[in-house]
Write a protein that binds this ligand. Sequence first.
Ligand SMILES: C/C=C/C(=O)SCCNC(=O)CCNC(=O)[C@H](O)C(C)(C)COP(=O)(O)OP(=O)(O)OC[C@H]1O[C@@H](n2cnc3c(N)ncnc32)[C@H](O)[C@@H]1OP(=O)(O)O
Length: 260
Amino acid sequence: MEKTVLSTSIGNGIVLITLNRPEAANALSIKMLEELRAAAASCKFDRSVRCIVVTGAGEKAFCAGADLKERAGMDMNQVRRTVALIRETINELEALPQPVIAAVNGAAFGGGAELALACDLRIASETAAFALTETSLGIIPGAGGTQRLPRLIGKGRAKELIFTARKIDAEEARGMGLVEYVAPPEVLIDKALEIADRIARNAPVAVTQAKFAIDKGFDADLGTGLAIENNAYEVTIPTKDRLEGLEAFKNKRPPIFKGE
Ligand SMILES: C/C=C/C(=O)SCCNC(=O)CCNC(=O)[C@H](O)C(C)(C)COP(=O)(O)OP(=O)(O)OC[C@H]1O[C@@H](n2cnc3c(N)ncnc32)[C@H](O)[C@@H]1OP(=O)(O)O
């Protein structure tokens, strides 16, 4: 049976994860969720992985969210179980120690938008569109959308998008701070990989600790956040990479970081 998630190591510690159901707008079937979970788990424990890029196969959709055809045949308990699977998979992707970049190549609707929201950075194709369509389907965003969207773009804008289920294009998304960059479709992956490569060249322990400090500190009060930052900094002090950074600076050469 064809894989619905392709995980490809493309060198320099970068892994490209492709949602691969273009004929179904890359909707999150149970099989795809299980494969995505497995792909995330294999990155989590692999110290050689320094950055992950997630994209969708085809030109039309990044991810159309929950598989609504699969859902149509489910009873209420199966729906609960499937929504929990979507939520957990997206949470696990967010919790990866390495940075995760969404290369949004087309429509990111419902759970697809929520997947993008759980990534650390979002690069959108000029042809991308975003929407939390759930209220138009009689449900609410159930995979973090009601929580991550207001944290990213503010409560009022998030409420407007969620209450109206309005679709926005890539430029509007950028204006709101929902995406960091917009790129022409033909260079979207190159742009995402360029950023991934810049990240992958930095000291892995430093990058993962910076992610940890930002994510864990973001919702805390400032004092707690600064204490989290201090602890995260402490982790970098005994590393060989810190000494390599100093040595490379002294010798005016690029550092070679090993993640130790
Ligand atoms: C916790 C999470 C909750 C949720 O995620 S709720 C679901 C939220 N998702 C949506 O509201 C998206 C619904 N889909 C769409 O709006 C459109 O589709 C797209 C904009 C994504 C793509 O539009 P276009 O390029 O015109 O293609 P197309 O003909 O509509 O779709 C291609 C094939 O993909 C199937 N498909 C699209 N979305 C889903 C989906 N979410 N679940 C299952 N199948 C989907 C279609 O039916 C069709 O298939 P066929 O060719 O057999 O007619």
